[in-house]
Design a protein around this ligand. Structure first.
Ligand SMILES: [Cu+2]
Length: 154
């Protein structure tokens, strides 16, 4: 056990290599929102599916495109919605947790450069048990083409 803890301290890559397939959590349809000019931070969304019999707890994330990645949620503050950082996001056993605009999201703090539609960026999701999931995440447009489209209605 002591040896395992030491390896954990040695870095995420080591942990990832040791535990490639134990994760009972799967990620679906993760995407990053394209940057608005002048906006220093980015946002990421997607779905966690926990098919296992244990709760899983997301405790952090990282990406080479951002200085840091925080777990956020929107909370109502009087008439306003504001964002709040969370230490952890629980994905209960057998359940799904969706990250979406206006709700839970990953906040990519201090982007190295703006997020452009068509790009893909790496994202590492870190769980409380030391396991990680690494995904390639596409950047998508702010305007959802399915809802706005080009308006062929008459
Ligand atoms: Cu946020």
């Amino acid at each position: 056990m002591a040896r395992f803890l030491t390896l954990c301290g040695a870095g995420l890559l080591t942990v990832f290599a040791l535990q490639p397939a134990l994760a009972s959590v799967e990620v679906e349809n993760f995407w990053l929102r394209e940057s608005i000019p002048g906006q220093p931070n980015g946002a990421g969304f997607g779905k966690f599916v926990n098919s296992g019999s244990d709760d899983r707890v997301l405790v952090g994330a990282s990406s080479t495109i951002a200085e840091d990645v925080e777990i956020h949620r929107h909370v109502r503050d009087g008439e306003q919605m504001r964002m709040e950082a969370m230490d952890a996001l629980v994905i209960p056993a057998g359940e799904e947790v969706v990250l979406q605009p206006g709700g839970y999201h990953l906040m990519l703090m201090q982007l190295q450069r703006p997020l452009v539609v068509g790009e893909e960026h790496d994202l590492v999701l870190i769980f409380s048990d030391g396991t990680t999931i690494e995904v390639k995440v596409p950047v998508k447009s702010l305007v959802d083409s399915s809802s706005r489209g080009h308006g062929h209605r008459h």
